[in-house]
Design a protein around this ligand. Structure first.
Ligand code: ZN
Length: 203
């Protein structure tokens, strides 16, 4: 399975990183080896001094598809969760400056946190999901899927032009404002509404 990640999908996060507003979504992949194993801590890798948390709503694909139209996209996923796209910001900045791919900064082992899955039926509208991330019990990132530049169904149409979606693939839908660095002993907890979906210790 693969993780398909969307960058710059919330206007406030774009302003924070001084990026240009894109005409197309930014898309990158993480391999399955980047998934942080259940109940494991996140170990800060030795190649970075600036690991950032990016909390993101996740969508799990339940059906194989290619060139999926937006109007049919809802048939291709049935579970929603929350996760973290850990990013080695120092490394990413130097790669970006050189125009090089981001994988080393985004796709390393443990860089993808996947929370507990919630059936889609439990949401009255997937384009109005409140979520937040707490670091040591203080809210550091907060968002709602209604603020996405590209909504879930639009993202599925877009990414399936390039990649066949397979059962179990996960889409990371982008992060809102408030990304920041982590240090050893921090605890990150992610919530959709008031439901806690993950809790990660940093080491
Ligand atoms: Zn991200």
């Amino acid at each position: 399975m693969k993780l398909i990640c969307i960058g710059r999908n919330y206007t406030d996060h774009i302003e924070e990183l001084e990026n240009e507003k894109p005409t197309d979504p930014v898309v990158f992949l993480k391999p399955d080896t980047s998934i942080l194993l259940k109940k494991q801590p996140f170990f800060i890798p030795d190649f970075s001094n600036d690991i950032h948390h990016e909390v993101e709503v996740l969508v799990k694909i339940k059906k194989v598809g290619k060139y999926i139209e937006q109007k049919f996209a809802h048939k291709y996923y049935d579970e929603i969760s929350l996760g973290i796209d850990f990013t080695a910001r120092d490394l990413q900045s130097s790669l970006k400056k050189k125009g090089l791919p981001w994988e080393k900064a985004k796709a390393f082992d443990g860089a993808a946190v996947i929370g507990k899955w919630i059936p889609k039926e439990e949401f009255s509208n997937v384009d109005n999901i409140d979520f937040h991330l707490e670091k040591n019990e203080e809210i550091v990132q907060q968002g709602n899927t209604k603020l996405m530049l590209w909504k879930i169904d639009e993202l599925i149409e877009y990414v399936s032009k390039y990649f066949t979606l397979k059962i179990g693939d996960v889409i990371f839908t982008g992060t809102p404002a408030g990304v920041g660095s982590v240090k050893p002993d921090d605890i990150l907890t992610g919530y959709i509404s008031d439901k806690q979906l993950f809790s990660i210790k940093i080491k």
